[in-house]
Design a protein around this ligand. Structure first.
Ligand code: GLU
Length: 472
């Protein structure tokens, strides 16, 4: 098929939140399609009615859109193609390549529990059963020879046909199963490259046998992508690890940072650099260069990555990306001041690794009273005998100095010096009194944006609180 225009597909089963492994698979398929002028197909494999949910389908579509992974065909629904699957099953049956089986699970288990080869024992293979209630259709897999998967990532992987059981392709209920539906769809959609997770490698010899039986001719190129693991080298699990793309979106990761990071989970450009534009990824990605060892999904590194992407935004772009987080912030809308936010934005942009951290960094400016972090208060003010004097001197100086960050700094520096404190020590109580926290954007600029009146009122309030608490 190598002369054809490549046709790739992403074929997720909507059985849960769309996770990073699925997104990486989608991305790699998309990169190959985009770099080769090929077609990228989205096919929702929704035949498992008990485990599928419509909201998971929506989650896949919206997460792919968010990541900028667009598709040229689809989304096709596998469930709408059941007649094609049934017709293919019929052809296999008519050709003697599939047979009906009336065994119950218990019967198979009883007969096979002491056998060396796992799986179905072929009991019905030559019984010539007609279709009927309780009868599933099994594919007659060859008893001898080997099936070789030629995998771009893993090289040649051989499977003894004797170890491949006669697997069910249509359940006794009439429902076509994964192996059949997946291959029939790939044939119908003229798929040239099957790029999917490593967990599907054991399914591939079955796919090749089916492909051969139904279509003949060249099979698609296969590439099985390495498993993703956590910091303990355990396979990522939906239950244990933070894997849902939606969660990363909601926490304020940038889609371009996420996409860049996903691309590196199993691949790196030849020169080993890590920050790539999407055009560079499309230009440089090579399926042949995908690694076959497990890829570490490093949430900490993703955070650093995201921070770098945030810092690379222009400030106006950063401001507009922050909008959804500011709308959901804890202040009342009439207290929000867009100009003040724009002034704080470049300071905040330097200090966050996700956009969801932004509101807590600027809320001191838009809440009537700052939210006091008690531990910070206790350390900087409650247990600090010099705090009152520093706050009072700062209040006095800030009441009359010119209102620039430089002058504000000079006042606080002097207030500290009068108590024998260096600037860093003098800043701490002022910061907590004015912003409620011990960390945040640079203090003098923050105070400048907050304004003289509010700053002085907060210093007064803090002084009263200290007085009320009495000598410790
Ligand atoms: N529907 C399968 C899954 O979500 C993917 C099958 C394939 O890519 O061939 O794991």
């Amino acid at each position: 098929m190598s002369n054809d225009v490549p046709r790739l597909r992403f074929a997720p089963s909507p059985t849960g939140y769309f996770h990073v492994g699925g997104a990486r698979t989608a991305l790699y398929n998309w990169l190959v399609a985009r770099q080769s002028g090929g077609t990228f197909i989205l096919r929702i494999e929704d035949t498992d009615l008990e485990r599928n949910r419509e909201e998971w389908v929506d989650g896949i579509l919206s997460a792919m859109t968010w990541l900028g992974i667009d598709w040229d065909e689809g989304p096709y629904r596998q469930s709408e193609r059941a007649d094609r699957h049934v017709a293919a099953a019929q052809r296999l049956y008519d050709a003697g390549l599939a047979y009906y089986c009336g065994c119950t699970r218990d019967e198979v288990e009883r007969r096979t529990k002491d056998r060396q080869t796992p799986g179905y024992d072929g009991y019905c293979a030559d019984r010539g059963l007609e279709p009927g209630p309780g009868r599933a259709l099994r594919f007659r897999s060859p008893d001898t020879g080997t099936t070789v998967v030629r995998d771009v990532v893993r090289g040649e992987v051989s499977f003894e046909n004797a170890t491949i059981e006669d697997f069910v392709i249509v359940k006794s209920s009439g429902q076509p199963l994964f192996h059949l539906a997946n291959v029939v769809d790939d044939i119908d959609m003229r798929v040239t490259h099957v790029v999917r997770g490593e967990e599907h490698l054991p399914n591939t010899p079955k796919a090749l046998l089916l492909w051969d039986a139904l279509e003949g001719g060249p099979t698609p190129v296969f590439a099985h992508l390495p498993v993703l693991v956590n910091e303990k080298r355990q396979k990522l699990s939906k239950r244990r690890d933070p894997v849902a793309i939606e969660d990363y979106r909601d926490q304020g990761y940038l889609p371009e940072a996420m996409r860049n990071y996903l691309a590196l989970l199993g691949w790196a450009p030849a020169d080993g650099r890590e920050t790539l534009t999407v055009e560079e990824m499309i230009g440089e990605f090579r399926l042949e260069d995908v690694n076959n060892s497990p890829a570490f999904f490093d949430v900490v590194k993703l955070g650093h990555f995201n921070g770098e992407y945030i810092r690379a935004l222009s400030t106006p772009e950063f401001v507009s990306r922050c909008a959804p987080w500011l709308e959901a912030a804890p202040w009342s809308p009439e207290r929000y001041d867009a100009v003040a936010f724009e002034r704080l934005a470049p300071l905040v942009q330097e200090r966050v690794s996700t956009l969801s951290e932004v509101p807590s960094m600027v809320e001191f400016c838009f809440l009537e009273e700052p939210t006091i972090d008690q531990a910070s208060w206790d350390k900087a003010l409650g247990r600090n005998p010099l705090a009152s004097a520093v706050l009072a001197a700062s209040r006095d100086g800030l009441g009359r100095c010119p209102w620039t960050a430089g002058d504000i700094r000079a006042v606080i520096e002097e207030a500290g010096a009068s108590q024998g404190l260096k600037l860093a020590k003098a800043q701490a109580p002022v910061r907590v009194a004015v912003t409620g926290r011990s960390v945040g954007p640079p203090l003098f600029e923050s105070i400048e944006v907050l304004g003289r009146e509010k700053t002085i009122a907060r210093l007064e309030t803090a002084l009263e609180r200290i007085r009320d608490a009495g000598p410790g």
